[in-house]
Design a protein around this ligand. Structure first.
Ligand code: ADP
Ligand code: MG
Length: 423
């Protein structure tokens, strides 16, 4: 086959041109491909950046959520949040400790059904145009303690100003109220003490004269036994009054405890063995639960020897048909200022419990008053004096009682290792 030379070179030319065109297209394609790859790579990078950012955001959100949750759970106040329908959405640990109900038992349920006690305050809040309101309630805690709780209700607003629910803050005011009552009682007893001291001094002088004249009279009446006996009655009466006045003055003058280490367990044992007329009848069973080791209080042994026998005698007298007398001692700490819950002080606490007659609430508020007695031969000064002595030790004394069930007295005295403020 013959190919004409001119044609051949033309064809080659065309072929070359085509090849070049093809190469160019290929190069363009390659370029586009490279560009595409570059863009995909960039997109990939952007995507992974976005992913990373997203993960970071999620982690941050989780961290903030945990942080807020930790704050909520560390609150010493109980927090309960309900939504607009009254359903409990938030409930912290302290709320559980105070009310005795676990979160499982209330989240998702209505406030009315779990805490009917708090229902009225939320209703009142609604009628009060959203201003925070507070009420004090008596509740029983998780460990069976009777607590005095301040419940404050406030509305929860969203950032558009709409109310999305109600927040209830529960604050344990038990210790605070106890201290308040103690302070009021102190004030009342101090005033009574001042008055009693005044009267006692006024009576002592004429009493001295009566005693003197009676002794002169008895000398004159020597031989007349009948009349002598009458005068002896006068003398006995005078002595009796003098004894009452001495006890009264003991209450009226403020006790000055000396700074001593006082081993409370051994003091109680000594009391049970019979100081100050303590006698435990056969039909009373004594249970002692003494705290481990030596419990040293910062206390004047001589003064405290007047307190515990009186509590034990009262308990025995409250159980004419027998029963159980228990004495419990332990170390405990109490917040010095319960409002902010800060500084804790160490105390030795002594609880004297009987299963006796108990007292009515009306009587219970009067037991520390001088001369309050329900006994035929009572002086009504035992607890008034005990209160004075414990107060002088910077301690506290309290009673709880239920009629027909029994009574429990708790005395708290600062521990020896505490810095004792001798004001
Ligand atoms: P007193 O024993 O002379 O009556 P107290 O000051 O010791 O005086 O007690 C005052 C009153 O408190 C008693 O008369 C009694 O009514 C009541 N009381 C004290 N302790 C108890 C107790 N453990 N159980 C019941 N009542 C008590
Ligand atoms: Mg008594």
């Amino acid at each position: 086959m013959t190919i004409p030379g001119g044609n051949k070179s033309k064809e080659i030319q065309t072929l070359i041109q085509n090849m070049e065109a093809f190469n160019e297209v290929t190069a363009q394609l390659q370029n586009s491909y490279d560009e595409l790859q570059e863009r995909v790579k960039k997109l990939d990078l952007e995507l992974s950046d976005k992913n990373e950012e997203l993960e970071k955001n999620l982690a941050e959100k989780e961290r903030v959520k945990n942080y807020l949750n930790d704050i909520l759970e560390s609150q010493t106040n109980g927090v309960i949040v309900v939504d607009r329908k009254g359903i409990i959405t938030t409930y912290n640990k302290t709320a559980g400790t105070l009310t005795g109900i676990k979160p499982r038992g209330c989240l998702g349920k209505t406030l009315e059904e779990v805490f009917p006690l708090f229902g009225p305050i939320v209703t009142r809040l609604g009628n009060n145009r959203g201003e925070t309101i507070s009420e004090d309630k008596d509740i029983r805690s998780a460990n069976g303690e009777d607590l005095h709780v301040r419940v404050s209700a406030s509305p929860v607003w969203d950032n558009h100003g709409g109310q999305i629910g109600t927040i209830l803050i529960l604050q344990d005011m038990t210790e605070f109220r106890r201290m308040e009552e103690f302070a009021q009682r102190n004030q009342r007893l101090r005033e009574m003490g001042e008055m009693a001291a005044g009267i006692a001094h006024e009576i002592r002088n004429p009493l001295g004269s009566i005693e003197l004249f009676a002794s002169l009279l008895i000398k004159d009446l020597e031989g007349d036994t009948e009349k002598e006996n009458l005068v002896k009655h006068i003398q006995a009466g005078v002595q009796n009054m003098d004894r009452i006045i001495s006890t009264l003055l003991l209450f009226a003058k403020s006790a000055q405890p000396s700074r001593q280490q006082c081993d409370i367990n051994s003091l109680l044992t000594e009391c049970l063995e019979g100081i100050n007329n303590v006698r435990i009848p056969e039909n009373i069973n004594v249970i002692r639960k003494y705290g481990q080791g030596t419990l040293l209080a910062n206390g004047d042994r001589e003064l405290l020897r007047q307190v515990f026998p009186n509590l034990i005698n009262n308990a025995v007298q409250a159980m004419p048909d027998g029963g159980v007398l228990s004495l419990i001692t332990e170390k405990s700490s109490v917040s010095a200022s319960p409002e902010n819950g800060s500084t804790k002080r160490q105390y030795i606490s002594v609880t004297v419990t009987d299963t006796g007659l108990g007292m009515s609430p009306d009587n219970l508020v009067k037991i520390f008053n001088p001369f309050f007695t329900t006994k035929d031969k009572g002086t009504g000064l035992g607890l008034a004096i005990s209160h004075n002595i414990i107060k002088a030790h910077q301690g506290t004394i309290d009673a709880v009682s239920e009629e027909g069930k029994g009574t429990s007295f708790t005395v708290k005295i600062p521990c020896w290792d505490e810095g004792f403020d001798e004001k």
